[in-house]
Design a protein around this ligand. Structure first.
Ligand code: 5AD
Ligand code: SF4
Length: 500
């Protein structure tokens, strides 16, 4: 796997195929332009064209997108820009888009429409759009024709190029479009401005090879690429020495992580967990998302062996019907999924489990849906994200003839949500009276006299405690179990200790 360090080396020929079209210049004119990937603020005192500019980022979608926005923020700050809380106050607004479902598309276009007024008042204002939606040609075409106030369009494979693209717009006073279809490389060493002080996301791999028939991700994020274990370890060590207590390893399917060590050996996901478990100062490791077909016995063993690996797994099932799973191209059956859950519970008795479920996939019969209900009842999930199937142009399922009427989808969806919520409430109620280890993340948004944090099993807890607990793992006695969260109080106050 070729890796480019930031400030890096040569750009491979196939990546020079930037999508270029009317009214927009290509991001790079020559190969030289593509050379120094991230034009960071010059240490010799020469100011970047971006120095002093105010930016605002609006992020839609998953943790992967949130983390990409952290990177964009980090690069802008290295170039002397400062973040502001609204688009109105900014010189530069970036909308980082998601295309997983149709409502994400709609929210994006609504938000983009609002930027027009800012541009009208301030012609020097720069509007930028990036992320998964920009990897689709029909979306690029719509942005160009209906939203001409957009100055920069870039994709998921060239985030590192953003400061250079911005400089180009400022210097040459023209709009820029740069979207690469895929990337064979991983750019290492980009800065990131962390959203949270004590926990952090760490990408371990990019892209997806699974092609579930409903999903747009393989088309927007490209093929799987794993970072080297050494690069991941170095990043996690750096974060831990900077006070981060918890890392969440990110990838579309972390179970198929295959990193190459410096000595040329393959390191799989379980190996990586064992190595990260040794990192000094780090207290918790989480990961998402896991594909059931690739969850290995060694990973299950890692839960037992690695103290830092939290006893929690997000294991998307998508449907409880083997027939639907087959048409979804998920490559496991209902029975295999249930066996996996049994194995996990046998090895890690207190493990909490959450999932993703799609309702109303083309061809889903009432009997198929009832199998989803009965699977959810059998597994007893701690929580679940439930989705109405949404047609994604370009995916195989979009072409399936037997689409489910909206009314039927909604009726099934409501029945599933009722079952899932009742189960979450029941499970949370059983925590009352227990003492849970909670990483205190900050002051509660709902009540500034309360703190908020997560249990090892990823349950959100609002609790009474001293602010000095923030950043520490504290014992919290659970006093209330709600449907979506717990409430409690710190068992023993930590004597006058500041955050570590
Ligand atoms: N429609 C509805 N839900 C979808 N997901 C992915 N694609 C679609 C779609 N076309 C859901 C899956 C996935 C989660 C991130 O989003 O459940 O696990
Ligand atoms: Fe989409 Fe399936 Fe890949 Fe997940 S594993 S990102 S659902 S194609």
């Amino acid at each position: 796997m070729p890796v480019r360090r930031h400030g890096g080396v040569k750009w491979p020929a196939e990546l020079k195929r930037a999508v270029q079209a009317g009214g927009y210049a290509c991001g790079a004119n020559t190969e030289q332009d593509l050379g120094p990937m991230v034009q960071m603020r010059k240490k010799d005192g020469n100011m970047s064209l971006l120095d002093g500019k105010k930016y605002h980022i609006i992020t839609f979608g998953c943790q992967m997108n949130e983390h990409d926005s952290e990177t964009i923020s980090g690069m802008l700050q290295e170039n002397g820009c400062g973040e502001v809380p609204s688009a109105k106050e900014s010189d530069i607004t970036i909308i980082n888009t998601c295309s997983i479902r149709e409502n994400a598309d709609k929210r994006f276009f609504g938000t983009l429409g609002q930027l027009k007024k800012i541009k009208e008042k301030n012609p020097a204002y720069i509007a930028c759009v990036c992320g998964c939606m920009m990897q689709q040609q029909h979306i690029i075409d719509t942005v160009k024709s209906k939203y001409p106030w957009v100055d920069i369009i870039f994709g998921t494979h060239n985030i590192h190029r953003f400061p250079a693209l911005l400089e180009k717009v400022y210097r040459e006073k023209q709009k820029v479009l740069e979207v690469f279809p895929d990337s064979a490389e991983i750019v290492e060493g980009l800065p990131a401005k962390r959203l949270y002080q004590h926990k952090s996301f760490v990408n371990i791999m990019y892209g997806c090879n699974n092609f579930c028939t409903y999903c747009i991700v393989p088309y927007t994020r490209g093929r799987e690429k794993s970072r080297s274990p050494e690069d991941i370890l170095a990043e996690v060590r750096r974060l831990a020495s900077d006070g981060v207590k918890e890392v969440t390893l990110l990838g579309q399917n972390v179970n198929s992580y295959r990193g190459l060590t410096e000595s040329g050996k393959t390191c799989d996901f379980a190996d990586l967990i064992y190595r990260l478990d040794e990192v000094e100062g780090l207290l918790r490791i989480r990961f998402m998302t896991s594909h059931p077909k690739d969850l290995s016995d060694r990973l299950i063993q890692a839960y037992a062996d690695c103290d830092k690996l939290c006893n929690y797994i997000h294991l998307p099932v998508q449907s409880g019907s083997s027939a639907v799973l087959k048409r979804m191209n998920r490559k496991y059956t209902r029975g295999q999924y249930l066996e996996l859950v049994e194995k996990l519970r046998a090895a890690v008795p207190d493990i909490t489990i959450s999932t993703d479920i799609i309702v109303g996939f083309p061809g889903e019969t009432e009997a198929d849906f009832e199998e989803t209900l009965s699977l959810a009842e059998a597994v007893q999930y701690d929580s679940a994200f439930t989705f109405l199937y949404s047609v994604r142009t370009g995916t195989p399922a979009a072409e399936y003839a037997d689409q489910i009427p909206e009314a039927v989808k909604h009726e099934r969806f409501n029945r599933l949500v009722d079952l899932i919520n009742a189960c979450s409430a029941r499970k949370n109620a059983a925590y009352v009276g227990r003492t849970e280890k909670v990483l205190a993340e900050g002051v509660s948004k709902k009540n500034d006299r309360m703190l908020t944090g997560r249990t090892e099993g990823f349950k959100l807890v609002d609790f009474a405690g001293e602010k000095s607990c923030i950043g520490q793992i504290v014992d919290v006695e659970i006093t209330q179990g709600r449907t979506f969260s717990l409430a409690g109080r710190v068992k023993e106050p930590i004597p006058g200790k500041k955050k570590e």
